[in-house]
Design a protein around this ligand. Structure first.
Ligand code: HEC
Length: 123
């Protein structure tokens, strides 16, 4: 009886530990999804090449810049907020023309995908 219990404990301990790292195929599927969402909803106003202004600022390096935009807000939250509440923080020299319907038109998965996609653009 004691031995069974000990084996059970050993078994449970060996099952714990670090979760498996996310397998690469899942990650690139999300990146592909993010790219698709970006092309469909953002590329009409934003470029991903440096210093290219379409109607909005270039999002080249946004993964890095987003960390410094609003004090106390990390890059992920800043990009989410840029989509959900675009008027809260306006980039200098630009009008408030970001569409306000994106928050309800995009699904949660699409939002996550496009934000994670943009976070990879670091300088
Ligand atoms: C109709 C044009 C338009 C569309 C479409 C648009 N944006 Fe914007 N976006 C702008 C403009 C103009 C600004 C600068 C003013 C401001 O801060 O809102 C901006 C700002 C941003 C910023 C802040 C950039 C910085 O340097 O701080 C992010 C991030 C952003 N947009 C992401 C997106 C994403 C993601 C989408 C698509 C889901 C999108 N935008 C769609 C026009 C647009």
């Amino acid at each position: 009886m004691r031995r069974t219990l000990l084996l059970l404990v050993v078994f449970l301990i060996s099952c714990g530990g670090e979760p498996d790292p996310t397998p690469a195929p899942t990650l690139s599927a999300e990146m592909a999804a993010g790219h698709t969402v970006y092309q469909a909803n953002c590329a009409i106003c934003h470029a991903l090449t440096p210093d290219t202004v379409v109607r909005g600022p270039s999002l080249y390096g946004i993964g890095t810049r987003a960390r410094q935009r609003v004090q106390g807000m990390d890059a992920r939250d800043y990009i989410y907020m840029s989509i959900l509440r675009p008027a809260d923080y306006l980039v200098d020299g630009y009008e408030n023309i970001m569409p306000t319907n994106l928050a309800k038109d995009l699904t949660g998965e699409e939002m996550d995908a496009v934000v994670n996609y943009l976070l990879t653009f670091e300088q």
